[in-house]
Design a protein around this ligand. Structure first.
Ligand SMILES: [Zn+2]
Length: 465
């Protein structure tokens, strides 16, 4: 399965739906309303995807795949979906780990209960607050099951909800098949959950149900500050949510380009260090299929941790040596022994985000960073005093020399010139050149962004004509 599909993991699709709080409904009533609304939403999404020239299509495609239930380890059942829902059975009831995307959750639950029976779970564990993991939490319980989440869970939900219009706009740039505005689907409130048990970073929450021991461990620093994982020590199984991202092993998205609060690189490394103490034989991620084999899992985890440590330490050393951020973004590369796929997280962006994590917003480079006047305000004036033809030729020569990053900076400075058609043509060349480079790494976010810019440039070309 293509990696692009997995981008949705990061809670993107579900931003298509928004919360209406229908707490007075029983879980069964909520579930029936949701089933009807879900089918409509999925049908609608399929139509939108078809209209959007396949950009980001693979990501959306996952939502239309049939939901299947399989036993992925002894007594552990998975209902597939954009985000999987898992059930861990015991001799005295069962535990749910993650509850999928709200528009798939009702069907996931129904298909799982066809296998394990209709009783209510003893506990529901939510790996983190992203929408593709918490969607069905209200379907599974009439209020008797204990809801377990990280102590930062409510705060993460709060800001993701409060900033939803902003985040939705950004997501829609990357995933154009998302609806223009967040949808409202009655009964499909996946926010505002109030956990019964909060797990903090220092003390794992351990419990026994029937013949099984459970350990819930906090692993902050991954996809948000509120990550928890479920360790089943007797089975040597780890349910990891999104801790490792959509593929294993890969370089993690230390801070996501979509725009969320900071993720702490040092905490991430420490969290992996904690997981390395377990002898994991089966790794069950929140998306796609389990990974088997203690050696493979240990080697992958060690490499991820060492790669993050390497990038972190090199960035800090570069900062202390007074080297410019952009130089470090270019020069810090993973050595061969730590090579990892960068389809999800990208090393140069990790360098930038680690820098900003420590130094925040003022880079100490340009005084203009301090003031509220943007470069765009002087571009018309600049164009008025320029030899515009010479400037366009300069861009062309950068393109010819295969220096797209320099050409891009020039294009951005020339926004105010008279020959918008010529400038736009050059912009398209530059973007295409950047995309050719980006394809070598295959970072999905970079490609989605460049595709969106290329589409915008084509649109500009149509308008100018
Ligand atoms: Zn996810």
């Amino acid at each position: 399965m293509k990696s692009k599909i997995l981008l949705v993991t990061l809670g993107v699709i579900a931003i298509a739906t928004v919360a209406i709080n229908l707490d007075f409904l029983t879980s069964t009533a909520r579930q029936s309303v949701a089933s009807v609304a879900s089918k409509a939403a999925i049908k609608n999404l399929s139509g939108v995807m078809a209209d959007n020239n396949a950009r980001g299509f693979a990501a959306a495609e996952l939502i239309t795949l049939p939901i299947n239930v399989t036993e992925v380890a002894r007594g552990i059942y998975k209902a597939s979906g954009v985000g999987n829902t898992y059930v861990v059975t015991t001799s005295a009831g069962y535990v749910v780990f993650d509850t999928g995307l709200v528009i798939q959750a009702a069907e996931q639950k129904q298909k799982l209960q066809a296998v394990i029976g209709n009783s209510e779970p003893a506990k529901i564990i939510l790996s983190h607050s992203h929408a593709d993991h918490v969607g069905g939490a209200r379907f599974w319980s009439e209020g008797n099951a204990q809801l377990i989440a990280h102590e930062e869970f409510e705060e993460e939900q709060r800001y993701l909800t409060e900033l939803n219009p902003y985040l939705h706009g950004r997501n829609r740039t990357l995933f154009p098949w998302l609806p223009e505005t967040p949808r409202t689907l009655p009964g499909m409130d996946f926010r505002g959950l109030e956990p019964d048990i909060l797990v903090d970073n220092d003390v794992p929450f351990r419990f026994t149900l029937g013949d099984r021991r459970f350990e819930v461990h906090a692993t902050p620093g991954a996809e948000g500050a509120d990550n928890i994982v479920l360790w089943l020590p007797d089975d040597k199984v780890l349910l990891s949510g999104d801790f490792f991202g959509p593929q294993f092993p890969q370089f993690p998205n230390i801070f996501t380009m979509r725009g969320e609060k900071v993720r702490k690189p040092v905490e991430y490394s420490q969290s992996i260090g904690r997981l390395l103490k377990f002898d994991i034989e089966t790794l069950i991620p929140g998306h796609l299929e389990p990974i088997q084999g203690a050696d493979t899992i240990r080697a992958g985890m060690t490499r991820i941790r060492d790669a993050v440590d390497f990038v972190h330490d090199q960035t800090v050393a570069g900062m202390n040596a007074g080297r410019p951020l952009e130089t470090l973004m270019r020069d810090i590369v993973l050595p061969e022994r730590l090579a990892l796929s960068q389809t999800h997280g990208k090393v140069s962006w990790a360098v930038k985000s680690i820098w900003e994590y420590y130094a925040t917003w003022f880079h100490f480079d340009r005084t203009s960073e301090l003031y509220a006047t943007s470069q765009s305000t002087i571009l018309r004036d600049l164009a008025g005093v320029l030899d515009q033809q010479a400037a366009l030729s300069l861009v062309q020569s950068k393109i010819d020399d295969n220096r797209p990053e320099q050409a891009l900076l020039l294009v951005e400075l020339l926004e105010g010139i008279d020959d918008a058609t010529a400038l736009n043509r050059l912009r398209l060349h530059v973007l295409q050149q950047l995309k050719d480079v980006a394809l070598q790494t295959g970072n999905d976010y970079e490609l989605y962004w460049l595709d969106s810019e290329i589409e915008k440039a084509h649109e500009t070309a149509r308008l100018i004509k």
